[in-house]
Write a protein that binds this ligand. Structure first.
Ligand code: PRX
Length: 631
């Protein structure tokens, strides 16, 4: 057994108590008590949380549950931006900082709740003036700037449904999302900054919207000097667009179940699916977790390193923290540019108290060495978070020791685009077990079960499920009811998360990975079929199969097996051409790290590629049942 693996197993048995002082001051001090409150009366539990927020009209009923369809805070009327902005501006937080923003060059911006409020209101009015109405879809394809957050909120203000596309996706991926959502508008920027370079975005949008009649306008935030040209009648400068708009926009009165946003995520099919979240429940769920999982208090400086292009950014940069009135750090660019000290220098500079990041980043910093964080004063930190993929015990211990100085609890938060908010972690005084995410947060009944839904024995592998509806759950999949229903009928009566997990004697859940054909690269979900479709659209490729392989930093990396067309022969050049092709089709995230040319792929008799056989062979493991293999 390798030393690393041994170390991992040793740490798996470790139990670390959260610091007493932390527990004494926590918003909720006792997990068991809080969980019991929920179990005793789930509806009362959630009504109490919802009552802390503003509603034009209160709900008639907390929950209407017709499996698999849920309605939360039935007939309640609200607008999430009133809770995220107006409520604070009117209650003494007008000059409170909402965002300390900076880019890689040290350009800074301090945005108060008051100024964010004005920006959002003006943009909301501009959207209205441009004919955007409640229910219309707006695609946002922007860098990590305050205007991106404002664009999301402006849509929410008028009831338009935003679909944010991460600015690392390429033309066809963006085009698919714009077309599938039938977006009327795209809001973008000229460029994003990465490693000291400007990476153009607008050209990508220009190509992606070409010939799409549904797109009436493209709003462009122009940051470069001289300013990039705007082309045709559709394109307009961001600040020109809002220049004459009124500074107050009456919020649209939204029904609790009106859609708030859609967000595409990868699954086991060739095309990503548009997950739909609605207003009231999502607002209540993300707000509650901000206060409990992240223990947010008035004076905290909170930093989530995600991008709003992913669900983590939606729930824990935009909606959760702003509804809870947080002050946040927002940093554009790479974590290790100009050097591996960047993030730690920002924690020191802003006095960050709550820090939320991904295991892949932690492992990268682990490799770079402790001397980087040691150069900076990290004593402001009081709570650390992790999300996106399993955090191995070594990385957990390093994070705890080197960054948190053994003072800060770590919340390893398991959740998904579909769940909207954190579902499993260790909160409110629960002892921590490195490598195990923990227990279901109050409001969630989670379990590890077999195919029929029966709980498996402690420490045996099974499927991770949720047994009850929760406020921030997705409500459907855009134009795909069957897909939505499949989450709730794969294992009868339970929400099937698509992950495999174990549960120990104390009820701590450890996530082992995906149960389906989804690869998790650096915490980002990539569908094997999406990469395979991209590969077979290359003129030299006849067939392709893609698997995930363990990677010490990224968690998993992509390996592709490719059958070439007649007359084509393997070469280094072809490998590069295939990688480039995937980058153009999908984006840099989806590029395979390894490509192997083969003559044959293992298939079932009905012609389906058996990826698990490829994976087992690759990793030297037992391939399991081969009875359906073609030959
Ligand atoms: O496999 C799980 C993994 O990420 C998947 C969800 O991906 P996505 O919808 O992109 O959302 C990521 C951020 C919330 C899950 O099905 N995952 C997420 N968090 C964890 C995790 N795996 C293990 N531990 C986690 N804390």
């Amino acid at each position: 057994m390798s030393e690393e693996k041994l170390d991992s197993l040793l740490h798996l048995g470790t139990i670390i108590k959260p610091p007493e002082e932390f527990v004494r001051n926590a918003n909720v001090k006792n997990y068991e008590e809080e969980y019991k409150k929920f179990l005793d009366n789930p509806e009362e539990f959630w009504a109490k949380v919802a009552d802390e927020l503003f509603w034009y009209e209160k709900w008639d009923k907390v929950l209407e549950w017709n499996l698999p369809y849920a309605k939360w805070f039935v007939n309640g009327k609200t607008n999430i931006t009133v809770n995220a902005l107006d409520r604070h501006v009117k209650n003494g937080r007008k000059n409170k900082v909402a965002f300390f923003w900076e880019d890689e060059f040290g350009n800074e911006k301090v945005v108060t709740y008051g100024s964010l409020y004005t920006l959002v209101n003006k943009l909301a009015n501009a959207l209205k003036n441009a004919g955007i109405k409640k229910g219309d879809r707006v695609v946002i394809y922007m860098p990590l700037v305050v205007e991106q957050v404002a664009a999301m909120l402006a849509c929410a203000r008028i009831g338009a449904v935003h679909s944010v596309v991460y600015a690392g996706f390429s033309v066809p991926a963006l085009r698919h999302r714009i077309e599938d959502a039938q977006a009327k508008m795209v809001i973008t920027a000229d460029m994003t900054i990465r490693r000291g370079r400007a990476i153009p975005l607008k050209q990508i949008v220009d190509e992606a919207v070409r010939g799409l009649d549904n797109v009436e306008k493209v709003v462009v935030l122009r940051r470069l000097k001289p300013k990039v040209d705007l082309i045709g009648e559709k394109e307009i400068d961001f600040y020109e667009f809002i220049k004459d708009a009124d500074t107050y926009c009456e919020p649209e009165v939204m029904d609790s179940e009106d859609p708030l946003f859609m967000l595409y995520t990868s699954g086991s099919t060739g095309k990503p699916k548009g997950v739909i979240h609605t207003t009231g429940g999502y607002m209540v769920g993300t707000y509650y977790s901000m206060k409990t999982v992240f223990d947010l208090k008035e004076d905290d400086i909170y930093w989530c390193t995600a991008d709003p292009g992913w669900i983590t950014g939606h729930s824990y940069i935009v909606y959760g923290p702003l509804v809870a009135g947080a002050t946040q750090v927002l940093a554009e660019g790479a974590p290790n540019y100009p050097d591996f000290g960047r993030w730690w220098s920002l924690i020191e500079k802003y006095g960050v108290t709550i820090f939320y990041t991904a295991p892949t980043a932690i492992r990268m910093f682990m490799r770079a060495g402790e001397h980087w964080p040691e150069k900076y004063d990290l004593s402001s930190l009081r709570l650390l978070g992790s999300v996106g993929e399993p955090i191995n015990p070594e990385a957990w211990m390093w994070y705890f020791r080197v960054i948190g100085k053994e003072r800060c609890p770590i919340v390893d938060t398991w959740w998904q685009t579909e769940t909207g908010a954190v579902m499993i972690t260790t909160i409110d005084g629960l002892p921590m077990k490195p490598g195990r995410a923990g227990k279901p947060v109050p409001g969630v009944v989670a379990d590890v079960v077999d195919k029929e839904g029966n709980p498996v024995e402690p420490n045996k592998g099974g499927f991770l499920v949720v047994r009850n509806p929760w406020p921030s759950m997705m409500r459907t999949i855009h134009k795909n009811k069957e897909k939505y229903e499949s989450y709730w009928n794969t294992i009868p009566g339970c929400y099937f998360a698509g992950d495999v997990a174990t549960k120990d004697e104390d009820g701590y859940i450890m996530i082992l990975g995906r149960a389906d054909d989804v690869i998790n690269v650096s915490g980002h979900r990539i569908g094997t079929m999406e990469v395979e479709s991209a590969l077979v659209s290359h003129p030299s490729v006849a067939e392709a199969a893609v698997i995930g392989k363990p990677d010490p930093v990224k968690g998993e990396r992509i390996k592709a097996f490719v059958i070439l067309k007649e007359g084509e022969s393997p070469s280094e050049e072809l490998v590069n051409s295939l990688k480039k092709h995937v980058r153009t089709e999908l984006g840099a995230l989806a590029v395979p790290s390894e490509i192997e040319f083969v003559d044959k792929l293992p298939k079932t008799r009905s012609g389906k590629i058996m990826r698990r056989v490829l994976k087992a062979k690759e990793l030297g493991m037992d391939p399991g049942d081969l009875s359906t293999l073609e030959d």
